[in-house]
Write a protein that binds this ligand. Structure first.
Ligand code: ADP
Ligand code: MG
Length: 325
């Protein structure tokens, strides 16, 4: 079994086939060499997952790898980019071979699904943390930004909101396993980045963001960047059937369910006259696209119930430094 840093890198990372186009030199030299086609721009993002902060410390190695890559791919999706390559900075308390085997296999499986190649990284001893940097391509000038929404644009979300947050509660409260709980846990541990949706929205959406911190919190970033406000209808925000059944048994957990984060769905705006183009996109997707509101003038995020009465809400999203600095 490999024990040195060099052996770990060789055994678990560089000996795997990572595929990918535009990779000239991958793992093994002092740095990777990649190319970018002349008509494309490079989109780059990085996210760190720390044990006990971004995932419960008992999370399996396979789920940690799946989530670490997924949250990064979700950022590329939000930009409308096609994933190309990634790097991995791994900090481990000890060379646990079962852990490394499961982690690297899960990482390679997910990378293959999205056609993204691991081209390098860093391996250190320390408390468990995983930093992944991803890069993708967009046709020049077509990246989806947070800025760009205008009054009258319609607001949509992909998939369903709140599953991961409810899965976390189920885990923390040790609620007995069932088909519904397993669904919510899968949504917590294995978010599915909406890469194909982001690609389809490039050139169509006026603004886009992925929902990591919470729907209201992340939509607020679009509003601030675009200099606009929004009206949302609470009843339109899509909840999955397992989430609805779970909440009917635990109604005390429904407050703030739309804004707890970890959804990794896309929230995006489309000019009214282009909304019919979404129909063709919807047909290609195995998940929903739901209209939840409209961009308006101003700077406020307003929430209404089905009877058009204003609803108060707290943007009680997750913030690493809230109250600490
Ligand atoms: P250096 O000392 O020159 O920074 P390293 O010994 O850290 O080189 O890494 C050697 C090679 O292995 C480099 O190509 C680096 O990108 C790659 N590498 C190191 N750790 C990882 C990892 N966790 N995943 C993928 N590649 C890695
Ligand atoms: Mg070197």
């Amino acid at each position: 079994m490999p024990d040195s840093e060099f052996e770990i890198i060789k055994h678990y990372f560089s000996s795997r086939t990572w595929g990918g186009e535009n990779i000239i030199v991958g793992i093994g030299d002092d740095a990777a060499v990649v190319s970018t086609p002349a008509d494309m721009q490079l989109v780059v993002s990085i996210d760190t997952l720390i044990s006990g902060v971004h995932f419960p410390s008992q999370t399996s190695a396979a789920n940690i790898a799946g989530k670490a890559l997924a949250v990064n791919l979700s950022d590329l999706a939000a930009m409308g980019a096609t994933p190309v390559w990634f790097t991995l900075a791994l900090s481990l308390p000890e060379p646990d071979h079962n852990w490394l085997a499961a982690f690297s296999e899960s990482l390679a499986d997910m990378a293959a699904v999205y056609g993204i190649a691991l081209v390098g990284g860093d391996t250190t001893r320390g408390s468990l943390s995983i930093t992944i940097q991803v890069a993708g391509h967009v046709p020049t000038g077509r990246a989806l930004l947070r800025a760009g929404a205008s009054p009258g644009d319609q607001i949509f979300v992909s998939g369903e909101i709140g599953d991961a947050a409810l899965g976390l509660v189920a885990l923390q409260q040790q609620i007995a396993a069932s088909e519904d709980i397993n669904y919510l846990l899968a949504r917590l541990h294995r978010p599915q980045p909406r890469v194909e949706l982001g690609q389809a929205l490039a050139g169509l959406a006026s603004a886009c963001i992925d929902i990591s911190d919470g729907l209201f919190a992340d939509l607020s970033h679009i509003l601030a960047a675009s200099g606009v406000g929004a009206r949302l209808t609470q009843e339109k925000i899509p909840l999955s059937d397992p989430a609805q059944r779970f909440l009917s048994r635990h109604p005390d957990l429904s407050a703030g369910v739309y804004n707890r984060g970890d959804d990794y769905e896309l929230c995006f705006c489309v000019p009214k006259e282009k909304c019919s183009q979404l129909e063709a996109i919807k047909k290609q997707l195995p998940y929903r696209l739901t209209h939840i509101g409209e961009i308006v003038a101003g700077d406020e995020l307003q929430l209404f119930d089905g009877k058009n009465t204003r609803v108060d809400f707290e943007k009680n999203n997750y913030d690493h430094f809230a109250g600490k600095i």
